[in-house]
Design a protein around this ligand. Structure first.
Ligand SMILES: Cc1cc2nc3c(=O)[nH]c(=O)nc-3n(C[C@H](O)[C@H](O)[C@H](O)COP(=O)(O)OP(=O)(O)OC[C@H]3O[C@@H](n4cnc5c(N)ncnc54)[C@H](O)[C@@H]3O)c2cc1C
Length: 497
Protein backbone atom coordinates (compact mmCIF):
# COMPACT_ATOMS: atom_id res chain seq x y z
CA UNK A 1 0.00 0.00 0.00
CA UNK A 2 1.47 3.37 -0.99
CA UNK A 3 0.38 6.79 0.24
CA UNK A 4 1.64 10.06 -1.29
CA UNK A 5 1.80 13.57 0.11
CA UNK A 6 -0.76 16.21 -0.83
CA UNK A 7 -1.05 17.39 -4.42
CA UNK A 8 -1.44 21.14 -3.72
CA UNK A 9 -0.05 23.22 -6.64
CA UNK A 10 3.52 24.44 -6.02
CA UNK A 11 2.68 28.17 -5.90
CA UNK A 12 -0.02 27.62 -3.26
CA UNK A 13 2.09 25.77 -0.74
CA UNK A 14 5.12 26.33 1.44
CA UNK A 15 8.55 25.06 0.46
CA UNK A 16 8.76 21.40 1.51
CA UNK A 17 11.93 20.17 3.19
CA UNK A 18 12.33 16.46 3.85
CA UNK A 19 14.98 15.52 6.42
CA UNK A 20 16.13 11.90 6.57
CA UNK A 21 17.39 10.85 10.00
CA UNK A 22 16.82 12.01 13.59
CA UNK A 23 20.45 11.82 14.71
CA UNK A 24 22.72 14.81 15.17
CA UNK A 25 22.43 15.92 11.53
CA UNK A 26 18.68 15.34 11.19
CA UNK A 27 17.65 16.88 14.49
CA UNK A 28 19.87 19.95 14.31
CA UNK A 29 18.95 20.51 10.63
CA UNK A 30 15.25 20.42 11.49
CA UNK A 31 15.65 22.66 14.54
CA UNK A 32 17.52 25.26 12.50
CA UNK A 33 14.60 25.55 10.13
CA UNK A 34 12.16 26.44 12.92
CA UNK A 35 11.90 30.11 11.94
CA UNK A 36 11.95 29.49 8.17
CA UNK A 37 8.92 29.67 5.94
CA UNK A 38 9.07 25.96 5.18
CA UNK A 39 7.27 22.74 6.01
CA UNK A 40 9.72 20.20 7.39
CA UNK A 41 9.06 16.46 7.36
CA UNK A 42 11.57 14.46 9.34
CA UNK A 43 11.61 10.76 8.47
CA UNK A 44 13.64 8.41 10.66
CA UNK A 45 13.65 4.71 11.34
CA UNK A 46 13.56 5.17 15.10
CA UNK A 47 11.23 7.35 17.14
CA UNK A 48 14.10 8.75 19.21
CA UNK A 49 17.11 11.02 18.82
CA UNK A 50 20.09 8.94 19.88
CA UNK A 51 23.05 10.41 21.73
CA UNK A 52 25.50 7.76 20.51
CA UNK A 53 28.52 8.94 22.56
CA UNK A 54 26.87 7.58 25.73
CA UNK A 55 25.70 4.22 24.36
CA UNK A 56 28.51 2.48 26.24
CA UNK A 57 27.01 3.72 29.51
CA UNK A 58 23.68 2.09 28.65
CA UNK A 59 25.50 -1.14 27.80
CA UNK A 60 27.32 -1.14 31.15
CA UNK A 61 24.34 -0.26 33.34
CA UNK A 62 25.12 3.37 34.20
CA UNK A 63 22.37 5.12 32.24
CA UNK A 64 18.93 4.07 31.05
CA UNK A 65 18.13 4.08 27.36
CA UNK A 66 15.57 6.90 27.78
CA UNK A 67 18.22 9.24 29.13
CA UNK A 68 20.23 9.15 25.92
CA UNK A 69 17.35 8.67 23.49
CA UNK A 70 14.49 11.14 24.02
CA UNK A 71 11.46 10.87 21.70
CA UNK A 72 12.06 13.07 18.65
CA UNK A 73 8.35 13.90 18.58
CA UNK A 74 8.60 15.38 22.09
CA UNK A 75 11.82 17.27 21.32
CA UNK A 76 10.14 18.89 18.29
CA UNK A 77 6.65 19.26 19.77
CA UNK A 78 7.03 23.04 19.99
CA UNK A 79 8.17 23.42 16.39
CA UNK A 80 4.93 23.91 14.46
CA UNK A 81 6.50 23.70 11.00
CA UNK A 82 7.96 20.23 11.67
CA UNK A 83 6.25 16.86 11.24
CA UNK A 84 7.91 13.68 12.48
CA UNK A 85 7.26 10.42 10.63
CA UNK A 86 8.50 6.94 11.50
CA UNK A 87 9.89 4.95 8.61
CA UNK A 88 12.94 3.45 6.99
CA UNK A 89 13.81 5.22 3.75
CA UNK A 90 14.33 2.65 1.01
CA UNK A 91 14.58 4.88 -2.03
CA UNK A 92 15.27 8.47 -3.02
CA UNK A 93 14.20 9.45 -6.55
CA UNK A 94 16.24 12.57 -7.30
CA UNK A 95 14.52 13.16 -10.65
CA UNK A 96 10.98 13.04 -9.23
CA UNK A 97 12.09 14.55 -5.89
CA UNK A 98 10.45 11.77 -3.89
CA UNK A 99 11.48 9.76 -0.86
CA UNK A 100 9.95 6.29 -0.31
CA UNK A 101 9.89 4.87 3.19
CA UNK A 102 8.20 2.01 4.96
CA UNK A 103 7.24 0.71 8.38
CA UNK A 104 6.53 -3.00 8.73
CA UNK A 105 5.84 -3.37 5.03
CA UNK A 106 3.58 -0.30 4.69
CA UNK A 107 5.04 2.06 2.16
CA UNK A 108 4.66 5.85 2.06
CA UNK A 109 6.06 8.48 -0.30
CA UNK A 110 7.04 12.05 0.61
CA UNK A 111 7.77 14.72 -1.98
CA UNK A 112 10.28 17.49 -1.39
CA UNK A 113 11.58 20.76 -2.75
CA UNK A 114 14.76 20.52 -0.65
CA UNK A 115 16.22 17.41 0.93
CA UNK A 116 18.68 16.94 3.81
CA UNK A 117 20.02 13.39 4.01
CA UNK A 118 21.52 12.59 7.43
CA UNK A 119 21.19 8.81 7.66
CA UNK A 120 24.55 8.28 9.41
CA UNK A 121 26.66 5.15 9.32
CA UNK A 122 26.39 1.57 10.50
CA UNK A 123 28.89 -0.95 11.80
CA UNK A 124 31.39 -2.44 9.38
CA UNK A 125 32.71 -5.96 9.86
CA UNK A 126 35.06 -5.50 6.89
CA UNK A 127 33.23 -8.04 4.75
CA UNK A 128 32.72 -10.54 7.61
CA UNK A 129 29.09 -9.80 8.40
CA UNK A 130 28.67 -13.22 10.04
CA UNK A 131 30.80 -11.91 12.96
CA UNK A 132 27.83 -9.70 13.93
CA UNK A 133 25.87 -12.57 15.49
CA UNK A 134 28.68 -13.30 17.97
CA UNK A 135 30.14 -9.80 18.38
CA UNK A 136 27.39 -7.15 18.36
CA UNK A 137 28.37 -3.61 17.45
CA UNK A 138 27.48 -0.41 19.30
CA UNK A 139 25.36 1.73 17.08
CA UNK A 140 21.83 1.59 18.44
CA UNK A 141 19.80 1.21 21.64
CA UNK A 142 19.11 -2.40 20.59
CA UNK A 143 22.87 -3.00 20.40
CA UNK A 144 23.50 -1.43 23.82
CA UNK A 145 20.70 -3.37 25.53
CA UNK A 146 21.77 -6.62 23.93
CA UNK A 147 25.34 -5.99 25.09
CA UNK A 148 24.12 -5.14 28.58
CA UNK A 149 22.35 -8.50 28.67
CA UNK A 150 25.39 -10.34 27.35
CA UNK A 151 27.86 -8.66 29.75
CA UNK A 152 25.84 -9.06 32.96
CA UNK A 153 24.60 -12.45 31.71
CA UNK A 154 28.17 -13.72 31.38
CA UNK A 155 28.79 -13.10 35.11
CA UNK A 156 25.54 -14.97 35.93
CA UNK A 157 26.58 -17.96 33.81
CA UNK A 158 30.01 -17.95 35.43
CA UNK A 159 28.45 -18.04 38.92
CA UNK A 160 26.37 -21.10 37.96
CA UNK A 161 29.32 -22.83 36.30
CA UNK A 162 31.59 -22.18 39.28
CA UNK A 163 28.97 -23.59 41.65
CA UNK A 164 29.03 -26.82 39.64
CA UNK A 165 32.82 -26.83 39.73
CA UNK A 166 33.08 -26.15 35.99
CA UNK A 167 35.52 -24.03 33.99
CA UNK A 168 34.67 -20.29 34.01
CA UNK A 169 37.56 -18.62 32.17
CA UNK A 170 35.73 -18.31 28.83
CA UNK A 171 32.70 -16.83 30.64
CA UNK A 172 34.80 -14.25 32.46
CA UNK A 173 36.78 -13.13 29.41
CA UNK A 174 35.49 -10.03 27.61
CA UNK A 175 37.00 -8.99 24.29
CA UNK A 176 36.47 -5.53 22.82
CA UNK A 177 37.56 -5.26 19.18
CA UNK A 178 38.66 -1.78 18.08
CA UNK A 179 40.80 0.60 20.16
CA UNK A 180 39.12 3.84 19.05
CA UNK A 181 37.18 5.99 21.55
CA UNK A 182 34.22 3.57 21.75
CA UNK A 183 36.44 0.53 22.33
CA UNK A 184 38.51 2.33 24.96
CA UNK A 185 35.39 3.52 26.81
CA UNK A 186 33.80 0.08 26.66
CA UNK A 187 36.92 -1.77 27.85
CA UNK A 188 37.44 0.73 30.69
CA UNK A 189 33.85 0.36 31.87
CA UNK A 190 33.83 -3.45 31.78
CA UNK A 191 37.06 -3.45 33.79
CA UNK A 192 35.43 -1.15 36.36
CA UNK A 193 32.37 -3.38 36.50
CA UNK A 194 34.44 -6.47 37.13
CA UNK A 195 36.98 -4.99 39.50
CA UNK A 196 34.83 -2.53 41.45
CA UNK A 197 31.07 -2.63 40.92
CA UNK A 198 30.36 -6.35 41.03
CA UNK A 199 33.11 -7.52 43.32
CA UNK A 200 30.82 -8.17 46.34
CA UNK A 201 27.78 -9.45 44.43
CA UNK A 202 28.77 -13.05 43.67
CA UNK A 203 29.56 -15.98 45.96
CA UNK A 204 31.21 -18.55 43.69
CA UNK A 205 33.30 -16.35 41.39
CA UNK A 206 35.78 -13.59 42.00
CA UNK A 207 34.76 -10.98 39.44
CA UNK A 208 38.16 -9.31 39.84
CA UNK A 209 39.66 -12.29 38.03
CA UNK A 210 37.74 -11.40 34.87
CA UNK A 211 39.94 -10.66 31.84
CA UNK A 212 39.17 -7.64 29.67
CA UNK A 213 40.99 -7.57 26.34
CA UNK A 214 41.15 -4.60 23.99
CA UNK A 215 42.25 -5.76 20.55
CA UNK A 216 43.21 -3.74 17.48
CA UNK A 217 45.08 -4.41 14.24
CA UNK A 218 46.60 -0.91 14.47
CA UNK A 219 49.83 -0.43 16.41
CA UNK A 220 48.41 2.16 18.82
CA UNK A 221 45.38 3.02 20.93
CA UNK A 222 43.21 6.01 19.86
CA UNK A 223 45.08 6.83 16.62
CA UNK A 224 43.20 10.13 15.98
CA UNK A 225 44.48 11.45 19.34
CA UNK A 226 48.14 11.14 18.32
CA UNK A 227 50.95 8.90 19.57
CA UNK A 228 51.50 10.56 22.96
CA UNK A 229 47.88 10.51 24.15
CA UNK A 230 47.54 7.00 22.67
CA UNK A 231 50.45 5.73 24.77
CA UNK A 232 49.12 7.46 27.88
CA UNK A 233 45.67 5.93 27.38
CA UNK A 234 47.19 2.46 26.90
CA UNK A 235 49.06 2.81 30.18
CA UNK A 236 45.93 3.98 32.04
CA UNK A 237 43.93 1.06 30.63
CA UNK A 238 46.62 -1.38 31.72
CA UNK A 239 46.56 0.14 35.22
CA UNK A 240 42.84 -0.64 35.26
CA UNK A 241 43.59 -4.26 34.41
CA UNK A 242 42.77 -4.16 30.67
CA UNK A 243 45.06 -6.28 28.45
CA UNK A 244 45.78 -4.21 25.35
CA UNK A 245 46.65 -6.35 22.30
CA UNK A 246 47.86 -4.19 19.40
CA UNK A 247 48.81 -5.30 15.89
CA UNK A 248 46.33 -8.16 16.32
CA UNK A 249 43.90 -8.54 13.44
CA UNK A 250 40.70 -10.47 14.16
CA UNK A 251 40.35 -13.17 11.52
CA UNK A 252 37.46 -15.22 12.87
CA UNK A 253 34.71 -14.94 15.47
CA UNK A 254 32.41 -17.71 16.68
CA UNK A 255 30.14 -18.31 19.66
CA UNK A 256 32.93 -19.45 21.97
CA UNK A 257 35.75 -17.09 21.04
CA UNK A 258 37.79 -15.40 18.38
CA UNK A 259 41.02 -15.77 16.43
CA UNK A 260 43.62 -13.13 15.76
CA UNK A 261 46.70 -13.04 13.59
CA UNK A 262 49.84 -10.93 13.97
CA UNK A 263 52.02 -9.49 11.19
CA UNK A 264 54.75 -12.05 11.93
CA UNK A 265 52.30 -14.87 11.10
CA UNK A 266 51.48 -15.86 14.69
CA UNK A 267 47.83 -16.72 15.32
CA UNK A 268 46.18 -16.60 18.71
CA UNK A 269 42.79 -17.93 19.77
CA UNK A 270 41.00 -16.50 22.79
CA UNK A 271 38.06 -18.33 24.35
CA UNK A 272 35.48 -15.68 25.26
CA UNK A 273 31.69 -15.79 25.30
CA UNK A 274 31.36 -11.99 25.24
CA UNK A 275 32.78 -10.14 22.26
CA UNK A 276 32.02 -6.52 21.40
CA UNK A 277 32.71 -5.05 17.98
CA UNK A 278 33.78 -1.40 18.08
CA UNK A 279 35.81 -1.31 14.86
CA UNK A 280 34.89 0.19 11.54
CA UNK A 281 31.98 2.14 10.13
CA UNK A 282 30.03 1.78 6.92
CA UNK A 283 28.11 4.73 5.47
CA UNK A 284 24.32 4.35 5.16
CA UNK A 285 23.24 2.32 2.09
CA UNK A 286 21.35 5.44 0.96
CA UNK A 287 24.77 6.77 -0.10
CA UNK A 288 24.85 4.10 -2.82
CA UNK A 289 21.38 5.11 -4.08
CA UNK A 290 22.51 8.74 -4.30
CA UNK A 291 25.84 7.81 -5.89
CA UNK A 292 24.15 5.76 -8.62
CA UNK A 293 21.92 8.69 -9.57
CA UNK A 294 24.54 11.44 -9.49
CA UNK A 295 27.85 9.75 -10.22
CA UNK A 296 29.26 11.10 -6.92
CA UNK A 297 31.86 8.50 -5.87
CA UNK A 298 31.72 6.44 -2.67
CA UNK A 299 34.84 5.82 -0.60
CA UNK A 300 35.82 2.42 0.85
CA UNK A 301 33.56 2.99 3.85
CA UNK A 302 30.58 3.73 1.58
CA UNK A 303 30.61 7.48 2.30
CA UNK A 304 29.56 9.73 -0.55
CA UNK A 305 31.63 12.61 -1.96
CA UNK A 306 29.74 15.87 -1.82
CA UNK A 307 30.32 19.33 -3.29
CA UNK A 308 32.04 21.89 -1.02
CA UNK A 309 28.56 23.23 -0.15
CA UNK A 310 27.43 19.72 0.93
CA UNK A 311 25.12 19.30 -2.10
CA UNK A 312 25.23 16.56 -4.71
CA UNK A 313 26.50 17.09 -8.28
CA UNK A 314 23.63 18.36 -10.44
CA UNK A 315 21.28 18.54 -7.44
CA UNK A 316 21.71 21.79 -5.51
CA UNK A 317 18.44 21.01 -3.68
CA UNK A 318 19.93 17.89 -2.03
CA UNK A 319 22.29 18.22 0.95
CA UNK A 320 24.07 15.28 2.55
CA UNK A 321 25.56 15.78 6.03
CA UNK A 322 27.26 13.96 8.89
CA UNK A 323 28.69 10.45 8.96
CA UNK A 324 27.50 9.71 5.41
CA UNK A 325 29.86 12.10 3.68
CA UNK A 326 33.46 11.97 2.51
CA UNK A 327 34.73 15.55 2.37
CA UNK A 328 38.23 16.86 3.15
CA UNK A 329 38.95 13.89 5.47
CA UNK A 330 36.41 15.17 7.99
CA UNK A 331 36.07 12.83 10.99
CA UNK A 332 32.85 10.94 11.76
CA UNK A 333 31.95 12.98 14.84
CA UNK A 334 28.84 14.70 16.11
CA UNK A 335 30.10 18.24 15.45
CA UNK A 336 30.63 17.53 11.73
CA UNK A 337 26.98 16.43 11.50
CA UNK A 338 25.64 19.33 13.61
CA UNK A 339 27.62 22.03 11.78
CA UNK A 340 26.85 20.50 8.35
CA UNK A 341 23.12 20.38 9.12
CA UNK A 342 23.09 23.99 10.34
CA UNK A 343 24.90 25.01 7.15
CA UNK A 344 22.33 23.20 4.96
CA UNK A 345 19.38 24.70 6.88
CA UNK A 346 20.87 28.19 6.56
CA UNK A 347 21.38 27.72 2.82
CA UNK A 348 17.77 26.56 2.28
CA UNK A 349 16.46 29.52 4.29
CA UNK A 350 18.81 31.96 2.50
CA UNK A 351 17.72 30.77 -0.95
CA UNK A 352 14.05 31.35 -0.07
CA UNK A 353 14.93 34.86 1.07
CA UNK A 354 16.95 35.53 -2.10
CA UNK A 355 20.28 35.74 -0.22
CA UNK A 356 23.56 34.92 -2.00
CA UNK A 357 25.02 31.44 -1.48
CA UNK A 358 27.23 30.90 1.58
CA UNK A 359 30.96 30.23 1.31
CA UNK A 360 31.87 26.51 1.12
CA UNK A 361 31.23 24.51 4.30
CA UNK A 362 34.07 24.81 6.80
CA UNK A 363 34.26 22.57 9.83
CA UNK A 364 35.25 24.17 13.13
CA UNK A 365 37.03 21.57 15.27
CA UNK A 366 35.91 22.05 18.88
CA UNK A 367 38.13 19.18 20.07
CA UNK A 368 37.80 15.47 20.88
CA UNK A 369 37.68 13.53 24.09
CA UNK A 370 37.28 10.00 25.39
CA UNK A 371 36.81 8.62 28.91
CA UNK A 372 38.96 5.79 30.16
CA UNK A 373 37.19 5.19 33.46
CA UNK A 374 35.68 7.26 36.25
CA UNK A 375 37.76 10.40 36.82
CA UNK A 376 40.08 9.60 33.90
CA UNK A 377 39.80 10.85 30.32
CA UNK A 378 41.86 12.21 27.46
CA UNK A 379 41.01 15.41 25.63
CA UNK A 380 42.38 17.28 22.65
CA UNK A 381 41.29 20.91 22.21
CA UNK A 382 43.26 22.85 19.60
CA UNK A 383 46.91 22.43 20.55
CA UNK A 384 46.00 21.54 24.13
CA UNK A 385 46.42 17.90 25.21
CA UNK A 386 44.82 16.94 28.53
CA UNK A 387 44.64 13.72 30.49
CA UNK A 388 43.35 12.55 33.86
CA UNK A 389 40.83 14.31 36.10
CA UNK A 390 40.77 17.72 34.33
CA UNK A 391 40.04 16.02 31.01
CA UNK A 392 37.32 13.97 32.72
CA UNK A 393 35.68 17.14 34.13
CA UNK A 394 35.69 18.60 30.61
CA UNK A 395 34.13 15.41 29.28
CA UNK A 396 31.44 15.64 31.97
CA UNK A 397 30.58 19.26 31.17
CA UNK A 398 30.47 18.75 27.38
CA UNK A 399 28.32 15.62 27.53
CA UNK A 400 25.93 17.19 29.98
CA UNK A 401 25.57 20.20 27.70
CA UNK A 402 24.72 18.11 24.65
CA UNK A 403 22.33 15.61 26.27
CA UNK A 404 18.92 16.62 24.97
CA UNK A 405 16.32 17.72 27.54
CA UNK A 406 16.45 19.10 31.06
CA UNK A 407 14.90 15.98 32.63
CA UNK A 408 17.57 13.76 31.03
CA UNK A 409 20.37 16.01 32.28
CA UNK A 410 19.11 15.82 35.87
CA UNK A 411 18.70 12.03 35.89
CA UNK A 412 22.03 11.48 34.09
CA UNK A 413 23.82 13.51 36.80
CA UNK A 414 22.11 11.43 39.52
CA UNK A 415 23.17 8.20 37.82
CA UNK A 416 26.72 9.48 37.41
CA UNK A 417 26.82 10.24 41.15
CA UNK A 418 25.68 6.71 41.92
CA UNK A 419 28.24 5.13 39.59
CA UNK A 420 31.27 7.38 39.90
CA UNK A 421 31.17 8.38 43.57
CA UNK A 422 29.55 5.17 44.75
CA UNK A 423 29.91 1.66 43.40
CA UNK A 424 26.41 1.19 42.06
CA UNK A 425 24.93 0.86 38.60
CA UNK A 426 21.27 1.81 38.54
CA UNK A 427 20.49 0.24 35.19
CA UNK A 428 21.50 -3.40 35.42
CA UNK A 429 18.16 -4.80 34.27
CA UNK A 430 18.53 -7.13 31.30
CA UNK A 431 15.83 -9.34 29.84
CA UNK A 432 15.97 -12.47 27.74
CA UNK A 433 14.20 -10.58 24.97
CA UNK A 434 17.02 -8.07 24.79
CA UNK A 435 19.55 -10.83 24.34
CA UNK A 436 17.67 -13.28 22.17
CA UNK A 437 14.70 -11.34 20.75
CA UNK A 438 16.62 -9.82 17.88
CA UNK A 439 18.07 -13.14 16.72
CA UNK A 440 14.57 -14.64 16.85
CA UNK A 441 13.23 -11.83 14.64
CA UNK A 442 16.17 -12.23 12.25
CA UNK A 443 15.10 -15.83 11.67
CA UNK A 444 11.69 -14.71 10.37
CA UNK A 445 11.75 -14.38 6.61
CA UNK A 446 10.63 -10.77 6.49
CA UNK A 447 11.72 -9.71 9.99
CA UNK A 448 9.15 -7.84 12.05
CA UNK A 449 6.94 -7.43 8.94
CA UNK A 450 6.01 -11.09 9.36
CA UNK A 451 4.43 -10.25 12.70
CA UNK A 452 1.83 -7.99 11.15
CA UNK A 453 -0.25 -8.65 8.07
CA UNK A 454 -1.55 -6.21 5.53
CA UNK A 455 -4.79 -4.67 6.88
CA UNK A 456 -6.98 -6.49 4.30
CA UNK A 457 -5.27 -9.80 4.94
CA UNK A 458 -5.72 -9.38 8.69
CA UNK A 459 -9.44 -8.55 8.36
CA UNK A 460 -10.04 -11.63 6.18
CA UNK A 461 -8.21 -13.86 8.63
CA UNK A 462 -10.17 -12.43 11.54
CA UNK A 463 -13.52 -12.81 9.73
CA UNK A 464 -12.78 -16.45 8.95
CA UNK A 465 -11.63 -17.12 12.53
CA UNK A 466 -14.77 -15.38 13.87
CA UNK A 467 -17.16 -17.43 11.73
CA UNK A 468 -15.40 -20.67 12.67
CA UNK A 469 -15.66 -19.77 16.35
CA UNK A 470 -19.35 -18.82 15.94
CA UNK A 471 -20.09 -22.24 14.39
CA UNK A 472 -18.31 -23.97 17.27
CA UNK A 473 -20.23 -21.95 19.88
CA UNK A 474 -23.59 -22.63 18.15
CA UNK A 475 -22.84 -26.37 17.97
CA UNK A 476 -21.82 -26.38 21.63
CA UNK A 477 -25.02 -24.55 22.67
CA UNK A 478 -27.19 -26.95 20.60
CA UNK A 479 -25.51 -29.95 22.25
CA UNK A 480 -26.01 -28.42 25.74
CA UNK A 481 -29.72 -27.91 25.02
CA UNK A 482 -30.10 -31.41 23.56
CA UNK A 483 -28.47 -32.97 26.66
CA UNK A 484 -30.90 -31.14 28.94
CA UNK A 485 -33.98 -31.88 26.79
CA UNK A 486 -33.07 -35.53 26.43
CA UNK A 487 -32.50 -35.87 30.20
CA UNK A 488 -29.02 -37.11 29.55
CA UNK A 489 -27.28 -34.96 32.15
CA UNK A 490 -25.91 -36.92 35.09
CA UNK A 491 -26.23 -40.27 33.34
CA UNK A 492 -23.21 -42.29 32.31
CA UNK A 493 -22.61 -42.41 28.58
CA UNK A 494 -22.82 -46.21 28.57
CA UNK A 495 -26.24 -46.21 30.44
CA UNK A 496 -27.96 -44.16 27.74
CA UNK A 497 -30.52 -46.00 25.67
C1 LIG B 1 29.31 4.33 20.20
C2 LIG B 1 29.60 5.66 19.59
C3 LIG B 1 30.26 6.64 20.30
C4 LIG B 1 30.53 7.88 19.74
N1 LIG B 1 31.17 8.83 20.48
C5 LIG B 1 31.35 10.06 19.97
C6 LIG B 1 31.93 11.10 20.75
O1 LIG B 1 32.31 10.87 21.90
N2 LIG B 1 32.06 12.32 20.19
C7 LIG B 1 31.63 12.59 18.92
O2 LIG B 1 31.72 13.73 18.47
N3 LIG B 1 31.10 11.63 18.16
C8 LIG B 1 30.94 10.38 18.64
N4 LIG B 1 30.38 9.41 17.88
C9 LIG B 1 30.03 9.71 16.48
C10 LIG B 1 28.74 10.49 16.38
O3 LIG B 1 27.74 9.88 17.16
C11 LIG B 1 28.34 10.55 14.92
O4 LIG B 1 29.36 11.19 14.22
C12 LIG B 1 27.04 11.30 14.72
O5 LIG B 1 25.99 10.63 15.37
C13 LIG B 1 26.73 11.45 13.24
O6 LIG B 1 25.50 12.09 13.08
P1 LIG B 1 24.59 11.74 11.82
O7 LIG B 1 23.38 12.61 11.93
O8 LIG B 1 25.38 11.77 10.60
O9 LIG B 1 24.19 10.22 12.04
P2 LIG B 1 23.42 9.54 13.25
O10 LIG B 1 23.49 10.34 14.48
O11 LIG B 1 23.90 8.15 13.27
O12 LIG B 1 21.91 9.57 12.77
C14 LIG B 1 21.45 8.82 11.69
C15 LIG B 1 19.94 8.86 11.71
O13 LIG B 1 19.43 8.34 10.50
C16 LIG B 1 18.44 7.37 10.75
N5 LIG B 1 18.46 6.47 9.60
C17 LIG B 1 19.47 5.71 9.17
N6 LIG B 1 19.13 5.06 8.03
C18 LIG B 1 17.85 5.45 7.77
C19 LIG B 1 16.92 5.12 6.75
N7 LIG B 1 17.22 4.31 5.75
N8 LIG B 1 15.71 5.67 6.81
C20 LIG B 1 15.36 6.51 7.82
N9 LIG B 1 16.20 6.86 8.79
C21 LIG B 1 17.43 6.34 8.77
C22 LIG B 1 18.86 6.77 12.08
O14 LIG B 1 17.77 6.13 12.70
C23 LIG B 1 19.32 8.02 12.81
O15 LIG B 1 18.21 8.70 13.32
C24 LIG B 1 30.11 8.15 18.42
C25 LIG B 1 29.46 7.17 17.69
C26 LIG B 1 29.19 5.94 18.26
C27 LIG B 1 28.46 4.88 17.47
Amino acid sequence: MTATQDATPEAARRHRVVVIGSGFGGLFGTKHLRRSDVEVTMIAKTTHHLFQPLLYQVATGILSEGEIAPPTREVLSGQDNATVLLGEVTDIDLEERRVSFHVLGRETVAEYDSLIVAAGAGQSYFGNDHFAEFAPGMKSIDDALELRGRIFGAFEMAELAARRGEEVDHLLTFVVVGAGPTGVEMAGQIAELAHRTLRRDFRHINTRQARVLLVDAAPQVLPPFGAKLGEKTKKELEDLGVEVMLGAMVTDVDERGLEMSYKDGRTVRVEAITKIWAAGVQGSPLGKTLSEQTGAPLDRAGRISVNPDLTLPGHPEVFVVGDMIALDNLPGVAQVAIQGAKYAAKEIDGRLKGKPAQKPFKYFDKGSMATISRFRAVAMVGKLRLTGFIAWLMWLAVHLFYITGFKNRVTAVLHWFVSFLGRGRSERTATEQQIFGRSALARLQRGASDLVSEPGEYDDLRRSADSQRREELEAQAAEEARLTDAGERGTKVGDRA
